[in-house]
Design a protein around this ligand. Structure first.
Ligand code: DQA
Length: 153
């Protein structure tokens, strides 16, 4: 089946260390494991995907600006969630639907993790379901894109 929609998936800082990084919080899957699961799920949903990981704020903004031709964005901004107005502005400037993803439940952790600068420019936030958060995000972005098309008809 051909993929009508392409989704940009961005993993932010320190997510390249998944597997060994605080496994009691983030699980034992490596980023490669997670990306394989994302690719499988995307195929099931007939979505094309472009996946990137970066530890740097500027590079994440470049990735967003260079991939504006996609239909939607899934982003786990890592710690930039709680600090980056620049990534928020980059997402907003695309006008694309975006879903914010977290492996851990950021609302059940330290107080500083509860605030997201990114969530207000996203259609929603999925937090706390481990690797399954990404699977839910793929379903959510697809249904949001389809709903927007329906509204425009
Ligand atoms: C995270 C949560 C953030 O607070 C943290 O800085 C991360 C990972 C998550 O996926 O649970 O790097 O985004």
């Amino acid at each position: 089946m051909s993929s009508e929609f392409t989704i940009l998936v961005i993993h932010g800082p320190n997510l390249n260390f998944l597997g060994t990084r605080e496994p009691e919080i983030y699980g034992k899957n490596t980023l490669d494991d997670i990306n394989s699961l994302i690719e499988k799920k995307a195929q099931e949903l007939s979505l094309s995907i472009r996946i990137f990981q970066s530890n740097s704020e500027g590079s994440i903004i470049d990735i967003i600006q260079q991939n504006c031709d996609v239909s939607g964005i899934i982003i786990n901004p890592g710690a930039y969630t709680h600090t980056s107005i620049a990534i928020r502005d980059a997402i907003a400037s695309t006008g694309l639907p975006a879903v914010e993803v977290h492996l851990s439940n950021i609302h059940a952790r330290e107080e500083f993790r509860r605030n997201s600068f990114i969530a207000p420019v996203c259609v929603g936030q999925i937090s706390g379901f481990g690797v399954h958060s990404y699977m839910l995000a793929l379903e959510a972005i697809k249904s949001n894109i389809l709903a927007q098309i329906d509204i425009r008809r």
